[in-house]
Design a protein around this ligand. Structure first.
Ligand code: MD3
Ligand code: FE
Length: 204
C-alpha cells in the first residue's frame, strides 16, 4: 500500500526462511571488528538504537570508510546479494527496474525501550529510494512531511518481514520510531527486540 507518494509498504515481503537468513547475517555483521556500536550525535546525544554499518560507516552526519569512533577498523563490505535484494525490493514496491547500485546498509538494533526521534535522511548524495526491512518486534513507524518534524503524521505498524520503500517525494520526509512493542516478534525467529535494515545509495 502507498502511504504517501513514493512511500510504499509491503507487509510480509520476507518469508520466515528469508527473515532467518537475514537475521543470521545481521548477527555476524554485529561482531567486531567494526561491529555493533552506540551512535553519539555531535550535539552530545546518544541514540537508543544501536547500529552496524556495511559499505560506508555513518557518522552523524557524513559517511566514511573507517570506524574512527569505535575500533578504527575498516567498515565491513556491502555484499552483492544485499544489493540484489534492494533492487528486487524497489521493483516490487515501485515497479521501476532501473534502480542505482545500493552500497550502504545501516542496521539498527532496538530493544523494547529504544526509539528513534523524527529526522530526515539527507546525508546520501543520491536521490535513489531507501529500502527498509524489519525483523523481530512490531514497531510504530511515524511518517511525516518533508516540511516539518511535527504533525501531520501517518503512523504505520511495521512487523517482522515487512518491506518499506521511500522514493520520490517521500525520500526526504521526516520519520521516526516512537514505540517498539516488546515480545511481539514471531516465536520461531529467536529474536527479542527489533532489527531494521536500510539499504541506500551513497552517491559517493
Ligand atoms: C523515510 N530507521 O535508519 S525505517 C534510519 O526503523 C531510520 O530503524 C528507522 O529512520 C528504523 O534512518 C525507520 C524506515 C525509513 C528508513 C529510511 C527512510 C524511512 C525513511 C529514509 C527516507 C524516508
Ligand atoms: Fe531515517
Amino acid at each position: 500500500t502507498q502511504v504517501a507518494p513514493g512511500a510504499v509498504h509491503i507487509p510480509d515481503w520476507l518469508d520466515a526462511e528469508h527473515q532467518r537468513t537475514l537475521l543470521d547475517a545481521c548477527r555476524e555483521w554485529a561482531r567486531p571488528p567494526a561491529g555493533l556500536r552506540t551512535v553519539r550525535t555531535p550535539g552530545g546525544g546518544t541514540m537508543t538504537a544501536r547500529q552496524v554499518c556495511l559499505g560506508w560507516h555513518w557518522y552523524p552526519y557524513a559517511y566514511a570508510r573507517t570506524v574512527a569512533d569505535g575500533d578504527g577498523a575498516p567498515v565491513k563490505p556491502f555484499p552483492e546479494w544485499l544489493g540484489e535484494l534492494g533492487r528486487r525490493a524497489v521493483r516490487d514496491a515501485l515497479g521501476d527496474p532501473a534502480a542505482a547500485e545500493y552500497d550502504i546498509a545501516l542496521i539498527n538494533f532496538y530493544d523494547s525501550d529504544a526509539r528513534m526521534g523524527m529526522h530526515r535522511d539527507s546525508d546520501e548524495k543520491s536521490d535513489a529510494p531507501v529500502v527498509s526491512l524489519s525483523l523481530g518486534d512490531t514497531c510504530v513507524f511515524r511518517f511525516g512531511t518533508t516540511e516539518t518534524r511535527t504533525r501531520p503524521y501517518t503512523d504505520v505498524e511495521l512487523r517482522s518481514g515487512d518491506l518499506f520503500v521511500f522514493g520520490g517525494p517521500s525520500r526526504l520526509a521526516y520519520h521516526g520510531v516512537p514505540r517498539v512493542h516488546g515480545g511481539t516478534a514471531p516465536p520461531g525467529l529467536g529474536l527479542s527486540g527489533r532489527l531494521n535494515i536500510t539499504l541506500r545509495v551513497s552517491g559517493l
